[in-house]
Ligand binder design. Structure first.
Ligand code: URA
Ligand code: URA
Length: 251
């Protein structure tokens, strides 16, 4: 009984922490001043401290993997396979730990990402960063990327041709990084792995098996921001992230 209470308390504590992490204070907060970034791979340049890094990110550097992923990034930066390349300031390959057990996949870069060349650095990105922190990871411990690597005009949803042309890049990133779990942020990312006519409300919260990888669809952070008064949606995202933490042995 005592054990059960402890677990309940722990769960409650985690939920409260999550809700306060991603809560209304954040959504109404002014744009956080971004620290100057030394380069495109800014987040990856902070080395994981050995004593705090999760066991599954401690490893010897794999030169071949680094070579493959760097070459892929260079290719993405120079890509002109679809018309999105003509409207971009910078392509956004993705960033984070090449050895991450956990990958987040969004839809495509927005205005801030297009300027900085980094994924999820605008308002939705700040919320994603908080969600990651609430999961007890640091942003640089995970890998973050998008289905399309260049910003669609006016942030419209990428069209089929753009997604198809960009597909090999994300597939190659997944193959190389080989995360254990992928979180799909919103419908475009979810459709990439599991195309369906179903909406996010019915897809979220249920793992999809993608080879050996567990794929968890959840709401996009922009959707949380658009519905910032709705605590239910935040709770659902937290439930989904708990399943992810469970699958990664993080609870
Ligand atoms: N929204 C996305 O889907 N991706 C980003 O990188 C930023 C916002
Ligand atoms: N529709 C989307 O595309 N994403 C969400 O997160 C919710 C609804």
């Amino acid at each position: 009984m005592a054990e059960k209470n402890k677990r309940l308390l722990h769960g409650l504590e985690q939920e409260l922490r999550f809700l306060s992490e991603i809560g209304a204070e954040f959504i109404f907060a002014p744009e956080a001043k971004d620290k100057p970034q030394p380069g495109r791979q800014g987040a990856a340049e902070e080395p994981a401290a050995a004593n705090t890094a999760p066991a599954d990110t401690m490893r010897k550097p794999d030169k071949e993997k680094q070579r493959v992923l760097h070459a892929l990034e260079e290719k993405i930066l120079r890509c002109s396979l679809c018309p999105l390349s003509q409207g971009r300031t910078r392509a956004v390959p993705g960033e984070g730990d090449y050895y991450a057990p956990l990958m987040f996949v969004g839809e495509g870069p927005g205005a801030d990402e297009d300027i900085q060349g980094r994924p999820f650095v605008g308002k939705a990105g700040q919320l994603l960063t908080r969600i990651i922190a609430a999961m007890n990871y640091r942003r640089q411990d995970v890998y973050i990327t998008n289905v399309v690597k260049c910003r669609p005009p006016q942030n419209r949803t990428p069209v089929r041709e753009e997604i198809e042309k960009c597909r090999p890049y994300l597939l190659a990133q997944i193959k190389s990084i080989a995360p254990r779990v992928i979180v799909c942020l919103g419908k475009v990312a979810t459709d990439f792995f599991h195309p369906s006519a179903a909406g996010m409300s019915s897809l979220r919260g249920n793992f999809i098996e993608y080879g050996k990888i567990l794929v968890m669809p959840t709401f996009h952070p922009s959707y949380l921001i658009r519905n910032e008064g709705n605590k239910e949606i935040k709770k659902l995202v937290w439930q989904d992230m708990q399943k992810v933490m469970d699958a990664l042995g993080r609870k």
